[in-house]
Design a protein around this ligand. Structure first.
Ligand SMILES: Cc1cc2nc3c(=O)[nH]c(=O)nc-3n(C[C@H](O)[C@H](O)[C@H](O)COP(=O)(O)OP(=O)(O)OC[C@H]3O[C@@H](n4cnc5c(N)ncnc54)[C@H](O)[C@@H]3O)c2cc1C
Length: 316
């Protein structure tokens, strides 16, 4: 069975969540990479082949790819023969997935943490309601669209890499009622969006507004800097760093909460992380209830020690 994967790419390079999605797709069938944009470089095609893509279908609709209805039409044209499509769950792809479902009659699940085939149907798992419930959904229709969250599958190359055929897809673009005048990316966290970062180190009110240690720790761990809403509301750090119900939902392999109490609104955006570590002066803080590892102490004492030990360990 062909399993199409909408490839996310930046500056022509395949992003890590796309490799995760290809890895997931291999468990369901034969992956086909769908590439919106100019023909990918030979290097990008080789990476896609390494992760099992048998074909790369290129729909170059230029700036129209920013328009969700047009992007949906292009993806529909590229995936006509694929019963399953996997996209990486983002605000934009979730809208595209919904439009595609309407266009193609597919069943759709977004924000999934995984998918498998059961009795010939795609079944997904999602963690919902502030990570307090796991939901398994079976897609009953013949076509299935699954939006997967970054960091929920470990990307691994295929046992045997293939040389994918690169195929150009012709698209009839629909008329649009609106047009996008300009798009300007907000570069943050060294270019890795918070929602995709494998490690997030967040600081809250306990930082007192000093993010130096939080940022240094995040950099050492190769992660992104997050924050609680109180910290962003104080203007200590910009709003795009906010994790939680109002902020970004993150599912990194490692989440460090420093000086964050663990209010339900914050937990809702990080509780599904792989390993949760907290540093808090108050042993009664609710964040300890959901942490795998907690340190009672001031982040200003604990983080420098952690940094020192990690550097020592790496040097050893
Ligand atoms: C509708 C709604 C939506 C919301 N959405 C969000 C959201 O998306 N994200 C979010 O984060 N919040 C959200 N909130 C706010 C949320 O309810 C909490 O108020 C907020 O998360 C608290 O932030 P905090 O943990 O940094 O601060 P506090 O709750 O004040 O906790 C600070 C913690 O730091 C500890 N501390 C103090 N000094 C130190 C130190 N030196 N070292 C270590 N620990 C120290 C304290 O013991 C305390 O536990 C929302 C609220 C509402 C009503």
């Amino acid at each position: 069975m062909s399993v199409a994967v909408l490839i996310d790419h930046r500056a022509g390079e395949v992003t890590r969540p796309s490799l995760e999605a290809l890895t997931l797709a291999r468990g369901l069938g034969t992956p086909i990479a769908v590439w919106l944009g100019a023909t990918p470089s030979a290097d990008a095609v080789a990476v896609l082949g390494e992760y099992g893509a048998s074909e790369v279908r290129v729909a170059d609709i230029g700036d129209d790819a920013r328009h969700v209805a047009k992007a949906a039409a292009a993806i529909a044209a590229a995936t006509e023969d694929a019963p399953v499509l996997i996209v990486i769950s983002t605000f934009v792809t979730k809208e595209i997935a919904t439009r595609l479902a309407l266009l193609t009659g597919a069943g759709v699940v977004v924000d999934a943490a995984g998918a498998e085939l059961v009795d010939g149907h795609v079944e997904t798992v999602q963690t919902v309601f502030a990570a307090t419930w796991n939901v398994r959904t079976r897609i009953e229709s013949e076509r299935a669209i699954v939006g997967v969250r970054p960091n929920t599958t470990i990307a691994s190359p295929a046992a045997e890499s293939v040389v994918p055929a690169v195929v150009t897809v012709e698209v009839d673009l629909p008329e649009a009622r609106e047009s996008i005048v300009s798009v300007a990316p907000i570069v943050q966290n060294g270019g890795v969006p918070l929602s995709e970062a494998p490690v997030v180190v967040s600081g809250g009110r306990g930082t007192g507004g000093d993010y130096t240690l939080v940022a240094e720790f995040a950099e050492l761990l190769g992660g992104a800097v997050g924050a609680s809403r109180d910290a962003t509301d104080e203007g200590w750090i910009s709003h795009e760093h906010m994790v939680g119900q109002t902020g970004t939902t993150v599912t990194p392999a490692l989440y460090v909460a420093a000086g964050i109490s663990g209010a339900v609104h914050h937990r809702g955006g990080m509780q599904a992380s792989g390993t949760i570590v907290c540093i808090n002066m108050d042993p009664e803080a609710p964040i300890f209830e959901i942490s795998d590892f907690g340190v009672v102490g001031s982040l200003f004492d604990v983080i420098p020690q952690a940094i020192e030990r990690i550097k020592e360990h790496r040097g050893a």
